[in-house]
Design a protein around this ligand. Structure first.
Ligand code: ZN
Length: 331
């Protein structure tokens, strides 16, 4: 049957097949950016997951120390993890000695398998639990969204958890101290890492920059806001957000705070006004957020994730919710 079709197409068949014959191999083409002495960033695209980007919408990083390399997040697939490992090998002969997962979202951890034989993979205890419970399901979703880029990818669980000792005192590797902060606002278990020698804060998805934030597992926007205040008080001079470009000083934190404040108020007011989910998804986005990629797309997702809670709150406590909304406005 297929042969018949090809014969029927005559010379046209090569045009029909050319996308497959000439398809470029799936290559993330990772380009390391030196953001400080010994500190490197692999910056993802400010896009949603697609078959074109293979899920490379996330920032990962690594730190070179005399004792070996510390990897921070491993990307969306084993293919990404292997590509990241190659980039590291092009810069140092030293082994990877530690992988840190900032949180359980698939674009941050599904490259773990590429490092599993070489180094311990550490995360917050709750991140391990979340991956045990939801890892396979979220990996499957990513397979659906980005396709063949995910081939051979499996959830590789962290094999170390960061206990109170490391969280209180930080860890030191090759004479370089990493301060570790256990927070919850974005995903329920979020690790932020401050590389003290360079003043670089890896904020994971607690901070988004020039890219709309995502809310599928947030325990609440108010808690997230509080934790951003805590992050802002850390002694850093530059910040690697989970998504979007490197930020100097607290600029990206301030943008995330402003965006969260707007989103929280928008959802409260929409719920109090009795808008439907579909209506809330279509509410205007302020012009000063125009530079933030995917804001409409993520507003729609956030309404889907969070609106029920806001509706219940508006229904249960109409007056106190209203007081809260007006106090938010004053702040
Ligand atoms: Zn995330």
């Amino acid at each position: 049957m297929r042969l018949t079709v090809l014969l029927w197409l005559g010379p046209l068949w090569s045009l029909v097949l050319s996308p497959w014959l000439h398809a470029s191999p799936l290559d993330y083409a990772l380009t390391p950016i030196a953001i400080a002495d010994n500190v490197w960033l692999l910056e993802g695209k400010q896009e949603a997951f697609s078959r074109l980007n293979g899920g490379n919408i996330v920032n990962t990083g690594f730190i070179l120390t005399p004792a070996g390399v510390v990897v921070i997040d491993t990307g969306p697939s084993v293919r990404y993890g292997k590509a990241m490992r190659k980039v590291i090998a092009s810069l140092t002969d030293k082994p990877v000695v530690l992988v840190l997962n900032t949180h359980h979202h698939p674009d941050h951890v599904l490259g773990n398998l590429a490092f599993a034989e070489e180094a311990p993979i550490a995360a917050l205890p709750a991140t391990l639990q979340q991956l045990e419970q939801e890892g396979d399901a979220v990996a499957e979703t990513l397979y659906t969204l980005v396709g063949d880029w995910m081939r051979d990818t499996q959830v590789q669980l962290p094999n170390q958890t960061l206990g109170p000792d490391s969280l209180n005192t930080g860890i030191e590797i090759g004479g370089q101290r990493l301060r570790l902060l256990a927070l919850r606002g974005h995903s329920g278990a979020d690790l932020a890492i401050l590389h003290e020698p360079s003043g670089t804060l890896f904020a994971g998805d607690l901070v988004f920059h020039q890219r709309a934030l995502t809310t599928p597992h947030t325990p609440g926007l108010a808690l997230w806001q509080q934790e951003l205040g805590l992050l802002a008080r850390q002694p850093f001079n530059q910040l690697v957000p989970g998504h979007g470009p490197l930020s100097q000083g607290t600029a990206a934190i301030e943008q995330t705070q402003a965006y969260l404040g707007w989103l929280d108020q928008l959802l409260q007011q929409a719920a109090q006004a009795g808008l439907s989910m579909t209506e809330a998804m279509q509410l205007p986005i302020p012009a000063h957020f125009n530079g933030i990629a995917l804001s409409r797309y993520e507003l729609q997702r956030s309404v889907a994730h969070l609106y029920n809670q806001y509706e219940q709150q508006a229904f249960a406590e109409p007056s106190s919710t209203s007081a809260q909304a007006s106090s938010t406005t004053k702040e």
